[in-house]
Write a protein that binds this ligand. Structure first.
Ligand SMILES: Cc1cc2nc3c(=O)[nH]c(=O)nc-3n(C[C@H](O)[C@H](O)[C@H](O)COP(=O)(O)O)c2cc1C
Length: 215
């Protein structure tokens, strides 16, 4: 007899976040955790998958899974269609939150901040690095628009394949990258008996400070 959802729980015991080991720069910790997630998460979990939350012009939140494609001091980058629902949300409200969940490490990272479009040359470079199928798909699919049926999508792809029979597809103007510039990062490490560790980093006047939050 399977457990009811209310009875499902695990005790988290893999690791801890001692106060003394918290670096001043949260990017250092993010880099270390991302590397450990890449090294240890078992397929089919993609270490760079995250849930991206945006808020629409009416103040309603929406979230969906995306892939993080890079991060640096400049911010955290992801790609999609600028006319998609998330693109429209970001045009109306250029703030977002992303959450990574690495179950094999009993970890979560939350990142929040303003979002801007990536420099077009960087979007071009990433688009050109994608497979032909992905590039054609970006042209063929009007992301987030209603489709009558699957056949309509396949017909759009067939037209796109024909259109680019003689030339390599360039990046569509309405497809590209975004960069979330972090103002807040929170690192969560599951601990025994629900006494989890939460390290909270906030950016003030270009300087990161950190503290601990109750679980
Ligand atoms: C594992 C996974 C990775 C995904 N990666 C992306 C991505 O990098 N970019 C993207 O636009 N959509 C990605 N998607 C699809 C999105 O979840 C979503 O369906 C799409 O972006 C449309 O969302 P929107 O209508 O809210 O704009 C991914 C979905 C999954 C499950």
């Amino acid at each position: 007899m399977p457990l009811s959802l209310a009875q499902m729980r695990r005790n988290y015991t893999l690791d801890g976040l001692p106060d003394a080991t918290a670096p001043d720069d949260p990017l250092l910790l993010f880099r270390q955790w991302m590397q450990q997630a890449r090294d240890t998460e078992q397929a089919p979990v993609e270490a760079n998958s995250m849930c991206l939350a945006t808020v629409d012009a009416q103040g309603r939140p929406h979230c969906r899974v995306l892939l993080l494609k890079g991060f640096s001091e400049a911010g955290f980058t992801f790609f999609g269609h600028y006319q998609s629902a998330k693109g429209q949300d970001l045009a109306a409200n250029p703030h977002a939150a992303m959450t990574f969940f690495w179950p094999g490490l009993e970890r979560q990272v939350r990142i929040e901040g303003p979002v801007c479009r990536l420099d077009p040359q960087l979007s071009d470079a990433y688009f050109d690095s994608r497979s032909m199928a992905s590039r054609l798909g970006a042209w063929a699919s009007p992301q987030s628009q209603p489709l009558a049926d699957r056949a309509q999508l396949e017909a759009l792809l067939a037209q796109t394949v024909e259109r680019f029979a003689e030339q390599s597809p360039p990046r569509p103007e309405q497809w590209g990258g975004y960069c979330l510039q972090p103002e807040r990062l929170e690192f969560w490490q599951g601990r025994a008996d629900r006494l989890h560790d939460r390290l909270d980093y906030r950016l003030h006047d270009g300087v990161w400070t950190h503290g601990r939050l109750a679980p």
